[in-house]
Write a protein that binds this ligand. Sequence first.
Ligand code: AGP
Length: 345
Amino acid sequence: MIKMLKEISEEPEVLRRIEKGNAETLDRLSYAVRDSGITNVIFAGRGTSDHAGIYGQYMFQIFCEMSTGLATASAVTVYGAENCYKNSLVIALSQSGYAADALEVLKAAKKCGALTASVTNDGDSPLAKEADFSLDCCAGPEFSVAATKTFTAELAIMYLLALRISGIKERGRLLCAADAVETIIKDYDAGIKALASKYKDIKDGFVLSRGITYPIALESALKIQETCYIKMKGYSVSDFYHGPLAQIESDTVTVVYAVKGKAENDGIGAADRLVSIGNRPLVVTDDFELKDRYENVMLVPDCGDEFLAPVVLATFAQLFAFHLCLARGGNPDCPRNLKKVTVTR
Ligand code: AGP
C-alpha cells in the first residue's frame, strides 16, 4: 500500500488516542499558562507544521483571548534577536522534532524566560527534549514525505490545548471529528478519486478560505504542490481580493472552502464573486444546502463543530492530492527533490 494512503487511513485512530496520550501534559501546561498570566503565544514551525501553528493562532485568539504570532525564525538565527520572547508562551511544532530553526527559537525563548512547549511525533527528538512541555502527536512513525496524520495530530493538539487553557470542556467533539474523518476515508474516497480525475491536467490554481479553515487552504495547496508539482496557492479570501483576484480567468482552477459556521458566508461570497466574473469554482462544504448552488460542489461530512471542520477538510485535501498525484502517474510517497526531514535555520 502506498504509505501516504496508509498514513491517512490511520487518522481516525490518532484522533481517538491523542487526548488520552497527552492529558497530563495538557493539564500541566494549561495550568502553567494560566498561573503565569501570559497573554501572548508564538508558534514556530515550517511547512505543514507552520499551517498547524496558524490554526493554533485562531484557536488561541478566539478561545483564550490571547494575542498570537508566528515566529520569524531568521530574526533569531540570522539577526541574533534572542530577547524577543519575553512574557510569551512559545510553541514549536515539528512532526520530526528536528526543525533546527524552531529549536533555535525555543532556546532563545527559554533564555528570556518564556514558557516553552513542543508538539512532535518523536519524544526523543531535540525539540521535545528542549521544551518545558512536550506534547506528543501519538501518530506512530510517518514515512511518506507528505505529512498527513501528523498534521491531523498537530491540529488536534492545538484544539485541545486552547480549550484546556480557556477552561471550556471538550465534550467528546474530537471523537465526533474522528468519526467524520473515518467516514470521509471510507465512504467519500471514490468521489474524491473521481474529482481528482476531472482535475488531473491542471497546471495551476488557487485554494481559498477564511477564518479557522484558512490554514487548510494553505495546507491543501502545499499538499498539491509537493505531490503533483502543480502551482497551487492558498489564500485567505480577504487577501485574495487585494490583488490576486486579477489573475482569475474563466478557466482558472479555484477551490473554495465554505463550511458551516461563522466564516461560511465569506466562503460563499468568494464563490459567488468568482461565478460573477465567469469562473467555475469547486466549492467544498459540509453544508448540504449548498449542494445545488454551484456547478462543482464536493460535500464532506459535518463533524458538528466548526472549529474541528479543519481536521475533516485536511483529510479531504490529503486524499485529493493523493488521487491527483496517482491520476497524473506520480508516486506521492517520493516527491522529486524532497526528503522526509528538511532542516533549515
Ligand atoms: C509536509 O508535507 C512537508 N513535507 C513539509 O512541509 C514538512 O511539513 C516540513 O518540512 C516540516 O517538517 P517537520 O514537521 O518535521 O518540522
